[in-house]
Write a protein that binds this ligand. Structure first.
Ligand SMILES: Nc1ncnc2c1ncn2[C@@H]1O[C@H](COP(=O)(O)OP(=O)(O)OP(=O)(O)O)[C@@H](O)[C@H]1O
Ligand SMILES: [Mg+2]
Length: 287
């Protein structure tokens, strides 16, 4: 099932590109980021992926945290390969992707992204072809990034079609989120960021948090804020992580799972076009 709505036919280099062509080759790519670390990005990426897969979408979680492979740990799977094997051994991404529950696939970036910088032109073109081939079998790629404003995080944020910034009500989370959004806005990486408020005591606190970030962004930056939803503080989240079984599977009626459902519905109801050129942009960044 494709999530975005038709956007019409584009003219590119004098050649007509039909909607079907865009649809068949480019999935929706959504980078999940945050200013501050430990705010819930990976947990949200994993459970959102499962929710979307359960709705009939073909979903891949791209673990782009170059240091830690947390998405895999949360799903209780150990991918035998990472992007490194694709870069160095030419292993197809279909073989690298580990199978998770509900058909969700996980690709572990590992140090593979950094290794891309060492490839010659021919190998880069081969890799790009492999990336595109893999993409065509997906509806959505969720990119779980590390926190902060490093070149890597901003690279994934820039390449992805959409960006979600996860915040918690803590003041430090808000100031760090603002710093990240400021860079996205100043460098014109996106015209809109999605906001998810995580670990909120209740709806009121989530709305207060949203208002704080919206007010300061509205005053100083020219970027739109799109509120995607909120997830309450929920004991099932850490319980699920400890057991390496996502709460969407073990506790689908938990408050956190309901929050994920709300976010997924907003995402799927929004009219988005397929991301064009995600892999090209990403490879350009790591060259
Ligand atoms: N809604 C929630 N309710 C309770 N605890 C939560 C919630 N969301 C996240 N946590 C806790 O926060 C911790 C960090 O979550 P997670 O690893 O998903 O964050 P992260 O943003 O990916 O971190 P990092 O920046 O290190 O990659 C988890 O161990 C979990 O226990
Ligand atoms: Mg993480």
């Amino acid at each position: 099932m494709r999530l975005w709505q038709p956007v019409g036919i584009r003219q590119k280099c004098g050649e007509t590109v039909y909607k079907e062509e865009i649809f068949s080759s480019e999935p929706r790519t959504i980078a999940i980021t945050s200013g501050k670390g430990g705010v819930g990005k990976t947990s949200i990426a994993v459970n959102l992926a499962l929710y979307l897969a359960n709705e009939g979408n073909k979903v891949t979680v791209f673990d782009a945290d170059l240091g830690l492979a947390n998405a895999e740990v949360m799903l209780g799977i150990i991918p035998p390969y990472s992007l490194y094997e694709a870069v160095y051994d030419g292993m197809p991404l279909e073989d690298i992707a580990a199978q998770g529950p509900l058909g969700v696939r996980i690709i572990s970036g590992g140090t593979g992204f950094l290794e891309m910088a060492n490839l010659d032109h021919v190998r880069r073109q081969q890799l790009l072809k492999m990336f595109k081939q893999y993409s065509s079998s997906n509806d959505i790629i969720l990119i779980d990034t590390s926190a902060g404003i490093s070149k890597n995080v901003l690279g994934f944020a820039a390449a992805a079609g959409e960006i979600i910034v996860v915040v918690t009500p803590e003041p430090t989370s808000l100031t760090d989120a603002y710093a990240l959004i400021k860079i996205i806005s100043n460098y014109k990486l996106h015209t809109e960021v999605g906001i998810v408020v995580n670990r909120s005591a209740d709806r009121r606190e989530a709305m207060q948090t949203l208002r704080k970030i919206s007010n300061v962004v509205g005053r100083f930056l020219s970027i739109n804020i799109n509120f995607l939803g909120w997830i309450p503080e929920d004991k099932y989240v850490s319980q699920a992580i400890k057991r390496q079984k996502p709460y969407f599977l073990t506790n689908p009626n938990s408050p956190a799972a309901k929050g994920i459902g709300g976010i997924a519905r907003v995402l799927t109801n929004s009219e988005k076009t397929a991301t064009v050129g995600f892999w090209n942009k990403l490879m350009g960044l790591f060259s």
